[in-house]
Ligand binder design. Structure first.
Ligand code: HEM
Length: 496
């Protein structure tokens, strides 16, 4: 899910100019994605409320807005084209770092800020509780006492997260050092207004895998295009109103307090991936079709679990053979709808990850039905080392690796929580299909996983594939709200 430093699409004006978005106040990660090869997430608790509010005022000038990210991306584009001369002496990437900040419900509570009009039950409950009630993470206890099988720091109260994305560890670490100074961290005595709960770091994978997640599939392809922001949108799912990502914008009908406008909910999930085990599964269950080698049969099965080939090419467009040119081509690789096979899974299984998480015409073929409110803006990055030889030969994971999953939306209940609970974990979704689909094999959790999935074999849609292992293991997370700069200045930081 890495969005490495990529050029922005060329621009043309939309037919009806929509309400202008205030790009100078929207935090940069939401609409554009902070450019990144590496990202550090610094999770904190607020210790001294009055001092924190003052310190926050000093952080604000460091926060990157959407308009600054657009500038940064233009600079990256120019740099890549070599407009700056000095070839041979310049670093591969422009040194650059982007900072954003977001708060949990516990954070707002600690600050004494009334966040009732954020109006999101998942946000108010927090992810630790939601993990038991709705997401079906493994763990012990029930309700408010649920204790997921997560890493210890994520079971603690987390008040906020500072996101630092950049070109290199050195640039990001220098900025983190500066930010710690702002909040007095490490200065001793009563000088610190926050304490660190934990820090996690993600890195784009090396070489030609840099935009691929750890199982090897190209990621970060399909994110919603926003009316009034994205221009010259390539064919694919219809652009959505900004209010499905940003509070208070067109499409968000709920009453909000002024400080909430142009903010967005941020979901973080700390997802570990068992790569050798996944590879072993697709190898053991390789599809045996005429003319396919075992390796090709394994690749086809993997593609059927994800809904795209490793190149990014969608099964709905090329069901039986990868198309390495189509895969990374943004003008073509999202142009599919499952239209021809709304009740049919020869081309792409109903349970495939991309079909479960955005069912396109499986639902949108119904008159007047729109999936806009369920769309999320994914901004993740990989963490952990590449698979070692020892792991590959043991078919077992010895080193932690996976995805720092981050996603923005105007409602966690309609966005991330709905996708995981009502689609991914739901064996019967999409509804009204001739075969019971089963859970999303990549992400599905809970008892439904034991049933297995149908549709893995293109020639026998009823055949069931048992999922004898889990390859994505949640080990932490929290729900946050990422306010606008105006919201931060007017309501959260101390007045100037
Ligand atoms: C380690 C865990 C995960 C892996 C390996 C993974 C992998 C992928 C891949 C390879 C794609 C296709 C590329 C693309 O369209 O951008 C994708 C798409 C997507 N994923 Fe995931 N993902 C993971 C976690 C999640 C989670 C937690 C969610 C939300 C509950 C999610 C929601 C989506 C959505 C909405 C899409 C785009 C679907 C579309 O628009 O066609 N993913 N993911």
């Amino acid at each position: 899910m890495a969005t490495p430093q990529q050029p922005l699409p060329a621009t043309t004006l939309p037919a009806t100019p929509p309400k202008a978005l205030k790009l100078d106040t929207i935090q940069g990660d939401i609409l554009s994605g902070l450019p990144k090869k590496t990202e550090t997430l610094y999770f904190f608790q607020i210790k001294d409320v009055a001092k924190f509010r003052k310190d926050l005022r000093n952080l604000i000038p460091h926060i990157k807005t959407a308009s600054q990210v657009i500038e940064d991306r233009k600079a990256i584009d120019d740099y890549k084209r070599g407009h700056h001369g000095c070839e041979g002496h310049r670093p591969a990437l422009i040194p650059m770092v982007g900072v954003n900040i977001a708060f949990s419900h516990l954070g707002f509570k600690k600050l004494g800020i009334d966040d009732a009009k954020l109006n999101d039950s998942a946000f108010f409950a927090g992810q630790r509780v939601d993990a038991g009630q709705n997401l079906l993470d493994k763990g012990a206890g029930e309700g408010a006492n649920f204790s997921p099988d997560w890493e210890e720091p994520f079971k603690k109260d987390i008040h906020g997260v500072i996101i630092l994305a950049g070109d290199s560890h050195a640039t990001v670490e220098a900025k983190l050092h500066k930010i710690k100074e702002i909040f007095g961290v490490g200065l001793g005595g009563a000088k610190d207004s926050i304490v660190e709960v934990t820090t996690v770091r993600g890195d784009a994978r090396p070489g030609d895998q840099s935009a691929h997640e750890h199982f090897g599939y190209l990621d970060g392809i399909s994110n919603p295009a926003i009316v009034g922001f994205d221009k010259n949108v390539p064919p694919g799912p219809a652009p959505i109103d900004a209010g499905h990502v940003l509070l208070g914008e067109t499409g968000d009908a709920l009453p909000r307090d002024p400080w909430m406008v142009d903010g967005s909910f941020l979901v973080f999930r700390y997802l570990f991936q068992k790569v050798p085990e996944f590879d072993d599964f697709v190898d053991r269950n390789a599809l045996q079709l005429p003319g396919l080698t075992r390796k090709e049969g394994a690749d086809l099965l993997g593609a059927r679990l994800v809904g795209r080939w490793k190149s990014g090419a969608p099964l709905d467009l090329t069901p039986f053979m990868d198309d390495p040119e189509l895969g990374p081509d943004p003008s073509k690789n999202n142009n599919f709808h499952f239209k021809a096979e709304a009740t049919f899974q020869k081309m792409c299984p109903f349970a495939a990850h991309v079909r479960k998480t955005l069912p396109r015409d499986d639902l949108e073929r119904l008159p007047g039905f729109s999936l806009a409110k369920n769309r999320i803006m994914r901004r993740g990055i990989q963490f952990g080392p590449e698979v070692t030889k020892a792991e590959r030969s043991a078919k077992k994971t010895f080193h932690g690796r996976g995805l720092l999953f981050l996603a923005y939306q105007a409602s966690i209940v309609n966005g991330f929580q709905f996708i995981q609970k009502s689609w991914v974990n739901n064996t019967g979704f999409p509804f009204g299909t001739p075969e019971v689909p089963g859970v999303d094999p990549i992400l599905g959790q809970g008892p439904g996983r034991d049933i297995g999935i149908t549709g893995y074999d293109p020639n026998d849609p009823k055949a069931v594939l048992k999922l004898d292992a889990e390859w994505v293991i949640p080990r932490g997370g929290e729900y946050f709200f990422s306010p606008s700069i105006k919201g931060l200045s007017d309501a959260i930081a101390a007045s100037a």
